[in-house]
Design a protein around this ligand. Structure first.
Ligand code: AKG
Ligand code: FE2
Length: 226
């Protein structure tokens, strides 16, 4: 036994750079505020979308929604009970928002997965999870081949919700109530590029009303094959 055996580290220069480059860009934007927590880099932008833009996306979600899915095979039935849909990045109602998010974060649009629309009725939720991929799980090889690890997440609330539906980061200690047009973005990695387990978060159950959001996950490499 060695006294000072190091734990294996998942530090990564590529993910480290992705974190620092986007953080620098967000911090230079006067419309962006950083959440006052140290455990993770979480930023927000009020009124990123206007009510008309939000309304168009809500309509698309309503028209295309189907039960949400999960990557992990260990999760139980009640884990993610919302409905989701793919938001076609080339559609004229989606493209401006899709490109505006990538530009806000300063990430090449090809690193962005297809934006997901999500709808939560009362009682529906997305229990605590990480957006980054757990590299020990069986899906990891496929994810590696499709752009690798997820770095940044951007989410936009498309409506106000009467009660419930907050996004809660229990370990980082913030809870964000849905607000129409509000964009929330966070780095899923630590400053050294290793996965930040304190980014654990959940979409709390909606109590009254319906919650609509779009989520955009960015990869360390190109997800879109050109
Ligand atoms: O619904 C929420 O507030 C969180 C959604 C979420 O965590 C996700 O889409 O990855
Ligand atoms: Fe998430």
């Amino acid at each position: 036994m060695t006294l000072f055996a190091k734990k294996p580290t998942l530090a990564s220069p590529v993910r480290q750079l992705a974190g620092a480059t986007t953080a620098r860009r967000l911090e230079a934007n006067p419309a962006i505020k950083r959440a006052k927590i140290d455990a993770a880099q979480v930023y927000y932008h009020l009124d990123f979308l206007n009510p008309v833009q939000c309304g168009k996306l809500v309509k698309l979600i309503d028209a295309n929604r189907r039960p949400s899915t999960l990557l992990s095979d260990r999760a139980d039935d009640g884990f993610r009970t919302s409905e989701s849909c793919d938001m076609d990045r080339w559609s004229p109602d989606v493209r401006p928002t899709d490109e505006a998010i990538a530009s806000l974060l300063g990430i090449d649009p090809s690193h962005g997965e297809t934006m997901q629309g999500q709808r939560y009725a009362p009682g529906q939720q997305f229990r605590a999870h990480h957006d980054y991929f757990h590299q020990g799980e069986s899906y990891w090889a496929a994810m590696q081949a499709s752009g690798g690890q997820r770095t940044w997440t951007a989410m936009i609330y498309l409506n106000d919700v009467e009660e419930g539906g907050a996004t809660w980061f229990p370990q980082a200690g913030i809870r964000v109530a849905p607000k129409r047009g509000l964009l929330l973005a966070w780095n899923n990695m630590n400053p050294d590029g290793s996965p930040n387990d304190k980014t654990l978060h959940e979409g709390m159950p909606v109590v009254r009303g319906t919650k609509y959001i779009v989520t955009k996950w960015f990869r360390e490499g190109a997800w879109l094959k050109g």
